[in-house]
Structures are given as C-alpha cells and as structure tokens.
Design a protein around this ligand. Structure first.
Ligand code: GLA
Length: 739
C-alpha cells in the first residue's frame, strides 16, 4: 500500500518504489511536513526541532509555549494567519476584508486510484499502477473555510501529485487572494535552484543558482505559462549532477499565469512552492462555492538529474498525454510556414504535397494565411472561412488533391484570438478581453477572446467543427500568439477570477474537440514554445517547441526542455539555411539529427532544394522511421551541456536495453585539436553492442567508461548519430531490424 497511516505517531506516509514522503498531524492539530527523499521506513519527526521562537510568532494553540512557531516549522500547506510569515500557499479574506485564517487538521481518507480534477488537466492512473489518493481535510471553523489537500501517488513512476480544493462551507463571503498548489519545506540544506527561462524563439534555457537568503520568484503574468519561465522547478544538492546526487522537481499541470517561489528563511530553511499566479488574482467564494488548485507533479531522485528527468518523461508521456496518439508513431510532416509564410496559392500547396509524397513524408500542414483576407498578420483572426480565391478551390477539394497524392492533410488555426480587423470582432466586440474605456494593449495586432464566457467557448467550438468538417483533416496546429494583458469579462462578478476561468474555458473547449475528433492529432503552439507545459500536453501530445528552427539554438532549447518533458512532446523540424531567424548555416545532416530528437518534420520549400539535398531528405525520413520508437519511448540521457561543452550529445536507450541511439553535435572547434570522445549511458552492463551503420562492435562497459571516439565529427556543426544494437557477441544485424 503506497499510503500508510500510523496512529501512534499520527503520521501519513506516501511511498513510491524509491521515495518516501511523510507528514504529521502534531499535537496542536497543524499538519507538518516531515520528509521527502530516499525511501525510508519509520517516523521522521525527529527532524522537527523546537527552540525559543518568541521573536517569531506563536499561535494561540501554542498555549504560551514560545518554542512553538509555525514560522519555523516545516508544513504541508502553509497559510497566512497563524504566524508563518514566510510565503504562504493560501491567503484568504473574510467579508470584512480582514486577512487571515487558521487551518487545522480535521480528517483524512485514503482510497485506491488517483484523483482527477474537475475541469483541469491532471495526471491519471491506469489499471495495475497501484495508484492511491490521500485526501486530508483542513478546516477553519470561524470562517467556515475548508481545504482538501489531495495527494495522488503513482508508485512505480516515483511521482506524487498534489492539488488542493478550497471550499467556503460557511455563511459569509470569502475572497481567495492567493492559492498555490504545493510546497516543499526543507529544514536544512544547501540547495541549487534550476529553472528554465528564455524568450520568444529561445525558450527554456536552464539556469542553476544557489538558493540564497530571500526569495527567488519565477512565473508568468502573461496569461500563458510563457516563453519567459517554464512552470518547472528543480532543486538539487549543490554537488548533484546528471548521474549522482539528490534532486527534487515541482512541475505545474497548468497553462495560465503561474507563480513559483523558492525562499531561504531566517533559519536557512528552504521552502519551494508553485501554483496559480498571485497578481491580478482574487477569487470570490460565496457560501457553497469552491476553487480547485492546478496540479503539481513532484518527483525525487537520489541518482542525479538524468534519473529525475526520466521519471518526469515517463509520467508526462504515459500518464499526462492521452488518447489515440499517445503511443503511436507520429506522422513526419512538412509545414508550409517557413516555406511560404502567407504568400502561397493552392497550387503551391498541392505542389508541396507532391514533393512530400516523393520524399516519403506523411503529412502536409497548411499553416497561417489560408482564411479570409489573411495575407499579413494584422487582420482576419476569428474569420475562419477559407479564402477560396487564394486556394483556387474550396478546402474539401484541396484536401482531396493532397490525399490523392497519398499525403495526409493538417491545418493551422489560432482559435483563441480575434483581430480588430475581422468580421468576428465587428459583430462581437465584447467577446474580446478589453477593459471598457481603455484602449486595449495589442500583441501581434490581435486581441484574446474571452474564453471565461460559455457563449464564446460555444461559438468557438462551432467554428472549429465547421472547419474540421470540411474534409479529411488529420492534424490541427493550435496556435496562440500573444499574452493576456487587459482582463475584463462582460458580466463577470469579479474580474480577478477571469484568468483562471479563461483556463477552465480553454481546457473545456479542448476536451470537447478531442471528444468529437478522437483521432485528430493536435499540436500545441504559442509563438513556438510559449505554452509548453504539462497542462497543454494533457490535450495535445506534442507542442511546437520553438519558432527557432536553427539546429544550434535548438540544442539549448531542447536540452532545457528535456529536464521536464519527453522527446515525444517536442515538435522539431528541419528548416532551410541560412536560418531565417539567425542566419546560421548548418549541415542538412545536423539539422535532421537535431530535429530527430523530437516529432520530426520539415518546414521548408522542397522546390528550392537540389537533387542531392532531396535524396538526403528521402534517406533521413527512412532513417527516422527506424529510430522513432527509440526517440518516442527510449530512456533519455543528456550527454553534455550546450552552454558549456564543445560537443553536446544525447542518447535514447530502449527499455529492454537492446537498442540505443547516441547523437552529438560539435559546437566549438580549434585547429589541430585532439580527438573528442562521447560517453554513452544506460547500456546493459556486460553486453556487446554493434553499430548498425558500420558494423563495428563495442563492449558496453568500456563504452560507458571511456566512451567512443567521434572520428566522424571534426568540423564545426558536424553531427553523429550512432544506432547501437545489442548483439551479445553475435553478428546478427540486418538493415533496419532489431535483434
Ligand atoms: C506562430 C507559430 C508559427 C507559425 C506562425 C503563423 O508564430 O509559432 O509556427 O504558425 O505563428 O502565424
């Protein structure tokens, strides 16, 4: 049983295959956090210490005992009002406007299966997972406030999920001013914080810094999880590296504004927390109402960062992503954006499909520019009717022509948006988020539709269906290209609740689309990777990782993304050179090597390529078919850091250890330099591997110790892809087959 209650010590313990998590209801009725780390039996309340904390605050329940202060004790759900002056998870006001509550333990319940959350994405369990849910009720009788803490454990995955439901069970109105989902309190330790920051076209750059006294905040005030900070935190002992050491992660399953904070307090204790964005948030709760905090997925590894990431990859890939495409080979696609931008005709698109067929590509994606008078990005969003003049036929006809070539058809849409220059806006100006009397802030010349309103969501659903019903559309790129700044919803009781309700509207809409089109592959996108989070992955099993398609920049972007997200989620394409964003020229082989660390596809005009390049692409597509299962499901290892190393590598190893793909790109060169070596990980000790292309044998242990020389990669931006098959000393490789 992964969740245990011990009556004697009043502790609740959650156990996974390799970790333990423990909390205790103390004698005063407060819920204290005791431990999260390596699996351990017994009671960890010896970690609690008490000294005179008269200088801090002592709650009335301390009955004059100055050694009892919540300002010093580790907690499960710290709240504002009982003397913990560190950053709380919950801050509530009563009808008089007074802040403060006092939440004490009331009851708990353990049940089989993992909880789900009404209206919000959350990891799920499957039969055989042995998942359980712990719910702990905290109450403040004065306010009639009740908080249900939810803990869902997936034991084999070494993952514990958390959420909280705040309810008004009283008689007066309440206002929730702050609601975070989870925190981790550490009573001591020198920790580093690793977070993932960036900007449009350069997302998720890792930054590792010591946790210093004070607070470090990351988050988004943009209405989306954002390009700027990803909702993923890793804490690690200072000596922890890829292969060794303790590390913890908090990952939010939510795609809107969020806040994460890591605070080192007066006693050098550390609190990490994550949840809803606090700014511009105030959520009214009338008697009988409640609000659900988005889920945080927590994980712990005592074996370094690689292991932690592998745990996160597994939970995201197999217990957050869902549906038809979860475990299926994804189509190799050719996208029209970098080929034509908005300047194309129907013949161009059919011509592109012809090239796709010739190259062995599965799917053609018609990106932006196909609707209304959308020939630049200043207008027409919301008017999702096909520009038949531009395409030379209706959409059904175009799709048929593409399908007749043996190629599937996909289309781009940005459903949540409206341009001021559009018929939709002229008809329904109040459907856009804009504050009456204030000129709205524009982003890419567009406004955001008010998805907190049911009628807007209903209308959007109709629009999406009427597009998808025009033909055999097998893929939808769901884009989102600005942030939410002006928040005002017509008819809303409290504007401070609108951003959260927007997310509920969006998730509800996605759920309806998925239910109606279960085999449609939806790729998420927000100006590339501006909404690359576990919340969206619940609906869209892959997300366009970045608008930056330069192979070298992508190494950093994909490296950072790999800390929390599996390659199966990473939309990655080969584009033309010089790269349209940074002008860099890289070999076609390297561009493919990097794009193969994701869902793989092309985003260029094949007509502009030479015969030799087209032949190369044909080979790449065939190669990817032999490798895609490894990329999608293999255990992922980072071999080097693009911000630090001259050669950066990465590797996938199949679950049975029979196969591995080792990749590397040269990022820096010097004249007359020595040979470089790449050291793979995770192979089966004692086994022998043979390289598919060369037939060369490698003993696994030596490979994992001294590595392999990178003889084939000597020049700047050269790359290697080594496909290893386990042969146990028997030469039995056949082209493209597994042993
Ligand atoms: C965003 C996307 C791009 C492309 C354009 C179209 O920037 O990230 O991939 O679809 O919009 O306008």
């Amino acid at each position: 049983m992964p969740i245990l209650y011990d009556e004697k010590s009043n502790t609740l313990t959650i156990v996974t295959d390799h970790t333990s998590y423990q909390m205790q209801v103390d004698a005063k009725g407060y819920l204290l956090h005791l431990y999260y780390g390596t699996r351990s039996a017994g009671c960890m309340d010896y970690l609690l210490t008490y000294a005179d904390r008269g200088g801090s605050a002592n709650p009335p329940a301390a009955l004059g005992d100055r050694t009892y202060s919540l300002d010093a004790l580790p907690q499960e759900f710290p709240f504002q009002g009982a003397g913990d002056c560190r950053s709380p998870l919950l801050r509530v006001r009563d009808a008089s406007g007074a802040f403060g509550c006092d939440l004490r333990f009331s009851s708990f319940r353990i049940r089989d299966g993992k909880y789900s959350l009404p209206g919000l994405p959350a990891a799920y369990d499957e039969e055989g997972d042995g998942a359980q849910t712990l719910s702990v009720i905290l109450q403040d009788p004065r306010l009639g406030l009740e908080v249900e803490l939810l803990y869902g454990v997936l034991p084999r995955l070494d993952v514990i999920c958390r959420s909280a439901i705040v309810r008004n069970e009283g008689k007066g109105a309440l206002l929730v001013d702050k609601l975070e989902s989870a925190c981790l309190d550490f009573v001591h330790g020198e920790l580093d914080l690793i977070c993932f920051y960036g900007r449009h076209a350069m997302e998720r750059i890792p930054s590792r810094q010591r946790v210093e006294p004070g607070s470090r905040l990351i988050g988004s005030r943009r209405g989306i999880s954002s390009h700027q900070y990803n909702p993923l935190l890793v804490l690690a002992d200072r000596m922890t590296d890829e292969r060794a050491g303790r590390c913890w992660s908090l990952q939010l399953v939510y795609s809107g504004a969020f806040k994460a904070e890591v605070e080192r307090d007066q006693y050098d204790q550390i609190r990490a927390q994550m949840g809803l964005g606090e700014e511009a948030f105030s959520y009214p709760l009338d008697p009988g109402e409640s609000i659900v905090a988005p889920e945080v997925i927590m994980s712990f590894s005592a074996e370094g960062l690689a292991r932690l990431s592998q745990q996160l990859h597994e939970v995201i890939r197999t217990r957050v992503c869902r549906g038809y495409w979860r475990d299926r080979e994804r189509p190799v696609l050719l996208n029209s954006w970098e080929a034509f931008y908005m300047d194309f005709t129907g013949e161009d698109i059919v011509g592109m499909a012809r090239q796709a067929a010739d190259l062995g590509i599965d799917l053609l994606v018609l990106d932006d520019g196909w609707f209304s008078d959308r020939n630049d990005d200043t207008k027409a969003l919301g008017d999702w009717w096909v520009n038949e003049e531009k395409l030379g036929c209706d959409l059904g006809e175009l799709i048929r022509r593409v399908n007749d070539l043996g190629v599937s058809f996909g289309i781009w849409m940005e459903p949540e948006m409206v341009s001021e220059k559009s018929e939709l806006f002229r008809a329904h100006p109040d459907w856009a988020l804009a504050i009456p009397g204030k000129h709205p802030v524009l982003g890419r010349d567009q406004l955001v539709l008010d998805l907190s309103r049911t009628e807007v969501v209903d209308a959007l659903f109709e629009q999406i269906c009427s597009l998808l019903d025009q033909g055999n559309i097998e893929y939808l790129k769901w884009d989102y290209n600005r942030s939410i700044i002006d928040v005002y919803s017509h008819g809303a009781r409290d504007q401070g609740a609108v951003p959260y309700r927007y997310m509920l509207g969006l998730y509800g809409l996605l759920e309806r689309v998925i239910a109606r089109y279960p085999t449609l592959l939806i790729e998420g996108c927000a100006g590339g990777g501006g909404r690359f989070d576990a919340g969206m992955l619940y609906y869209t099993p892959q997300i366009w990782c970045s608008d930056n398609t330069d192979a070298v920049d992508r190494l950093t972007i994909q490296y950072g993304s790999s800390f929390g997200y599996p390659s199966s989620a990473v939309g990655a394409h080969v584009s033309a050179c010089p790269n349209h964003m940074n002008g860099r020229v890289t070999p076609l082989a390297t561009r493919a090597c990097v794009a193969m660390a994701g869902t793989f596809g092309y985003e260029l005009d094949p007509k502009r390529l030479s015969k030799k390049e087209l032949d190369t692409i044909r080979g790449q597509v065939q190669d990817f078919r032999k490798l895609s299962h490894l990329v999608r499901e293999g255990r992922y290892w980072r071999l080097g850091d693009p911000q630090r190393d001259a050669v950066v590598g990465w590797e996938y190893v199949s679950a049975d250890g029979d196969e591995a793909l080792v990749c590397a790109v040269v990022l820096r060169v010097e004249a007359n330099e020595g040979m470089r070596y790449l050291v793979p990980c995770g192979l089966t000790p004692g086994a022998t591997y043979v390289e598919r292309a060369s037939g060369r044998y490698y003993p696994a242990d030596a490979l994992m110790d001294m590595g392999m020389p990178l003889s084939g990669a000597r020049s700047l931006y050269d790359s290697v892809q080594v496909h290893l098959l386990r042969c146990d000393g028997v030469a039995d490789i056949k082209e493209g087959t597994r042993r």
